[in-house]
Ligand binder design. Structure first.
Ligand code: HPA
Length: 270
């Protein structure tokens, strides 16, 4: 049995006949959403066969599976980042397992730096598209045909219908919502001011260190993707101040209520 299948069967056997249909990847500071899942089954990553082994002390990570707004969701509270040293295959392994479990729609979230000068920290942004600046691609290597096609189409990497649904939902809630292009960098350094200027010229609206690998693999698997960024800070050089992880976490905590409200309302309509 292959690794994806083993992880899938392990998770299935922990669920009482629940069949998750929507995956949620919760970014930095946004993991609280999983606390609202009803009748949750919680599985620490370290128990799941072939899930990447966390090397960083205190690194929390678990799957939370249960009911939210009439949907059975499987949420990742904590994700694997490329900058932590995991190979791309490990970073994206959970998405493979989600697909094997029958999940066809994925909501990915992250904290990102605002490149678009009209944005403000605390804004939520629907990801329209991404630019991969990570210097690699999770699909490099042999392509097992049962996982997807060799040369996947990425012309609608973020589903148009889900983007429209998200925008409609924000309008109904009276929430301001931004739309834009997410640039994925490897990190772990934040960008230089010159890099941010370059990314703006290239068409980026926000920049972060995640999401791109998972979205590539979700597309390879034929899943529909919705991406939401929380603009946690303005990217380097836009404001005359240094960036810090503390600022990122403070901002995501400040917009937590809006974030939870919009994701729940979107789920209800999916
Ligand atoms: N750059 C890259 N990643 C980030 C940022 C940023 O400014 N903010 C949050 N994640």
């Amino acid at each position: 049995m292959n690794q994806i299948e083993e992880a899938k069967q392990f998770i299935q056997q922990k669920l009482n006949k629940q069949e998750p249909n929507i995956g949620l990847i919760l970014g930095s500071g946004l993991g609280v959403l999983a606390d609202y899942i009803e009748e949750p089954t919680t599985i620490p990553y370290e128990q799941i066969p072939h899930f990447p082994k966390s090397t960083v002390a205190g690194h929390e990570g678990q799957l939370v599976i249960g009911e939210l707004e009439g949907q059975t969701v499987l949420a990742m509270q904590g994700r694997f980042h490329y900058y932590e040293g995991y190979p791309m295959e490990a970073v994206t392994f959970p998405v493979r397992v989600m697909h094997a479990l029958g999940i066809e729609q994925l909501i990915v979230t992250n904290a990102a730096g605002g490149i678009n000068e009209n944005f403000e920290p605390g804004d939520l942004m629907i990801i329209q598209d991404h630019i991969n600046m990570m210097g690699t691609n999770p699909l490099i290597g042999p392509n097992p045909d049962e996982l997807g096609t060799r040369f996947p189409d990425m012309s609608q990497a973020y589903s148009k219908s889900l983007r429209n649904l998200a925008e409609e939902t924000a309008n109904e809630l009276g929430q301001t919502i931004r739309k834009g292009v997410y640039v994925g960098n490897s990190g772990p350094t934040y960008e230089t001011s010159s890099e941010v200027k370059m990314l703006r010229i290239l068409g980026g609206d926000a920049v972060g260190m995640s999401t791109v690998p998972e979205v590539i693999v979700a597309n390879h698997s034929g899943m529909k993707v919705l991406g939401i960024s929380c603009i946690s800070n303005m990217a380097a050089g836009i404001l005359d101040q240094p960036l810090s992880h503390e600022e990122v976490i403070e901002t995501t905590e400040r917009v937590r209520e809006d974030f939870i409200q919009i994701v729940r309302s979107i789920l209800k309509k999916m």
